[in-house]
Structures are given as structure tokens and as C-alpha cells.
Design a protein around this ligand. Structure first.
Ligand code: NAI
Length: 333
């Protein structure tokens, strides 16, 4: 099935006029959403706990309220705090402030699809999920551009849920590029699947490839340059985007193409393919989501230790030694 794509002329934002919007959270997505919505003339308040994000929102001239007050005030409540804290914050500060006809908006399908948040039947539940980091959402908006964004309706109480989701997408600039119709399920699953069965392998390979190269006696700086610090990887990624995954192969030497085509198949073998499917099943059945929530309830010590260990890996020292090269290259690419 091909996703339906909405552009500027397809969407009317008048459904938002007179509506009060609460942006809950002023982090990556929250700050960009609040600023873009306000620049579009919307009535926006920020709901936040008393922390440095609240200070930032204050400095940007927003009315910052406790989350419960913002949720009570608003017709549309945008849940833009980390997925793992949303269920508790929703229960404590949002659920009791919902009344018939209000709308709840999410930037990820995770909590609603996996059932950690169960909104009542008398509200609209929509998703507007940028495929872009928060800073990018703001920067593109300021340049008159937009970012690809998924929109979805989980529950349509008022009959206007889809219009609201699309109007918010337009207000943050998304329809300048395209808002793509999706579902909470599709967003939640594909997002986790790409993180866990593609990017995870990519990061593991960084470590393993460099470990093997240096253990085999090759200079670690030269190896890191070869792999990514020269910036060639960025050029290749740009070529993938501009020209296509396989069509850009023509920019590489035929020796490189031959090696890539013949050796890749040796790496992505039966076991790897089976694990990719297994990871997808873990996500689809909700086993991963349950594990992640349980991990946090029990303090997530192993996870925090693993993160700390990555920052002690030799790769970080090599990167420090190549700091000037990386900085200069990243400026021009
Ligand atoms: P973030 O980590 O930047 O959120 C920070 C905000 O959450 C701050 O305002 C902070 O005060 C608040 N917060 C943190 N802990 C809290 C707690 N215990 N109680 C109440 N508030 C708390 O979040 P981010 O990355 O903007 O994610 C928000 C939503 O956007 C999530 O649903 C995420 O999946 C989605 N999303 C994020 C993208 C990204 O690039 N970061 C991309 C697309 C969607």
C-alpha cells in the first residue's frame, strides 16, 4: 500500500483557530513544536516540570505551567516528553484533565500502540511524528522548508481528528515537504525495527571492524579515517539519498563495487537474517516494549553501564586525536 501524501494546498489549518494548544515538554521535539506553532499564530502554552527545560521555555517567552494546569487549559494536548516517562505523567497529570472533544497528540505511536497509555473514548487521539530530530524540525521551518512527517489517527471522537493531525503537521512546516498518512502501529514498529535491526548492527560494526583492523596491526588513526573520519561516509550517505542506494554505486570504483557485491552476502547470512526476523517479532508482539518498561522500573543499571562502557571504548580516544580533521570535514560537508 502506498502512503497518502499531503502537501500545503491539501491542508486547512482553520480547524486550529481558537484552539488552545498545550505542548507538554520543551526538549527536542517540544521546543521545536512550540516555537513553530507559535510562529504560525497558534495559542501555545508549555506544560513542564520545574527543570532547566522549563527555564528555557520561559526565556523564549512562553507561558510555562505545571503539566496538569497546561492539560486542563488546552483543547489539544501534545505529549512531547520521553516515551518512557509518558505513561506515569499521563496518569498523574493529564488523564483527569481530559474532557469530551479534547485532542491528545503524540509524536510517536509507542505508548498508545503498545497499550501503556489508554486514552478515553471521548477524546481524539492523533499522531504527528516528524522523521527528523527536533533541532532539524525548527531549523528547516526557519528556512521555509519542512521535514517528512507521519500523521495518523488512533481514535476519532469529534469527526475532526484527521484534520487536527494534518493541521498540526502543516503548522510545524511538515506539509512543505509532505505529511505521510500512517498508523500508530506502523510508526511504532518501523521506528523500533530500524533502530534495532539496522542501526544496532551498524554501531556494532564500527567497534568490531576497528578492533579487528587494529588487532591485525593496522594504524588506528588510518583505520578510523578509512572507515568514517575522513567524511567519505557522509558523502556516500548523501549520494544514497540523492541518487539511490544502488544507483550511487557507480560513483565507486569497479573494484569497490565487485568487493561490496560479492562480500556483503557473506556477512548477512542465514543467522543474521533469522535474528532480524526475530527482532521484528519481539517488537510486534510487544515483548520488547514490555522489556524496556520493566528495565526502567528496576533501575536499568545494566543499560546505564553499557552506555558508560561505550564511552570508554578506544574509538573515543581515536576520535579525540582526529578531532580537528572531523571538525573541519563536518563543516564543509
Ligand atoms: P526529550 O528527551 O527532549 O524531552 C525532554 C522534556 O521531557 C523536557 O521538557 C523535560 O522537562 C521533560 N521530562 C523529562 N523527564 C520528565 C519526567 N519524569 N516528568 C515530566 N517531564 C519530563 O524528548 P524528545 O526526544 O523530544 O521526545 C518526545 C517525543 O517525541 C517522544 O514521544 C519521541 O518518541 C518523539 N520523537 C522524538 C524524536 C527526536 O528526534 N528526539 C523524533 C520523532 C519523534
Amino acid at each position: 500500500m502506498v502512503a497518502r501524501i499531503f502537501h500545503e494546498e491539501d491542508v486547512d489549518t482553520s480547524i486550529l483557530s481558537g484552539k488552545r494548544i498545550a505542548v507538554i515538554g520543551f526538549g527536542n521535539q517540544g521546543s521545536s513544536h512550540a516555537l513553530n506553532l507559535r510562529d504560525g499564530g497558534m495559542d501555545v502554552v508549555v506544560g513542564n516540570i520545574d527543570d532547566e527545560y522549563a527555564k528555557r521555555a520561559n526565556e523564549q517567552g512562553f507561558s510555562v505551567r505545571p503539566i496538569r494546569d497546561a492539560a486542563r487549559y488546552a483543547d489539544i494536548i501534545c505529549m512531547l516528553i520521553p516515551d518512557e516517562v509518558q505513561p506515569r505523567v499521563y496518569k498523574q497529570s493529564v488523564e483527569n484533565e481530559l474532557s469530551p472533544g479534547k485532542a491528545l497528540m503524540f509524536a510517536s505511536g509507542f505508548n498508545v500502540h503498545f497499550g501503556f497509555i489508554k486514552p478515553p473514548r471521548f477524546v481524539d487521539v492523533v499522531m504527528e511524528a516528524p522523521r527528523m530530530i527536533g533541532v532539524g524540525v525548527r531549523e528547516l521551518f526557519l528556512k521555509g522548508l519542512g521535514c517528512a512527517t507521519l500523521v495518523a489517527v488512533h481514535h476519532d471522537y469529534t469527526g475532526n481528528a484527521r484534520k487536527i493531525a494534518l493541521a498540526i503537521a502543516k503548522a510545524i512546516g511538515a506539509t512543505r515537504l509532505g505529511a505521510f498518512e500512517s498508523t500508530f502501529e506502523e510508526e511504532a514498529i518501523l521506528d523500533l525495527f530500524s533502530e534495532q535491526a539496522f542501526w544496532s548492527a551498524f554501531y556494532e560494526l564500527f567497534k568490531y571492524w576497528l578492533e579487528i583492523a587494529t588487532a591485525s596491526g593496522y594504524d588506528e588513526l588510518v583505520a578510523a579515517l578509512e572507515l568514517y573520519c575522513s567524511g567519505e561516509m557522509v558523502e556516500e550517505t548523501k549520494a544514497i539519498l540523492e541518487t539511490g542506494v544502488f544507483r550511487q554505486m557507480r560513483f565507486h570504483s569497479t573494484t569497490s563495487q565487485y568487493g561490496t557485491i560479492t562480500r556483503g552476502k557473506r556477512l548477512v547470512t542465514g543467522e543474521v537474517k533469522r535474528n532480524i526476523r526475530k527482532i521484528l517479532r519481539e517488537i510486534e508482539t510487544g515483548r520488547f516494549a514490555e522489556e524496556w518498561m520493566r528495565t526502567q522500573r528496576t533501575g536499568a543499571r545494566a543499560f546505564h553501564e553499557a552506555r558508560e562502557n561505550l564511552l570508554k571504548h578506544r574509538i573515543n580516544m581515536v576520535e579525540d586525536q582526529l578531532a580537528d580533521v572531523r571538525r573541519q570535514v563536518s563543516k564543509v560537508l
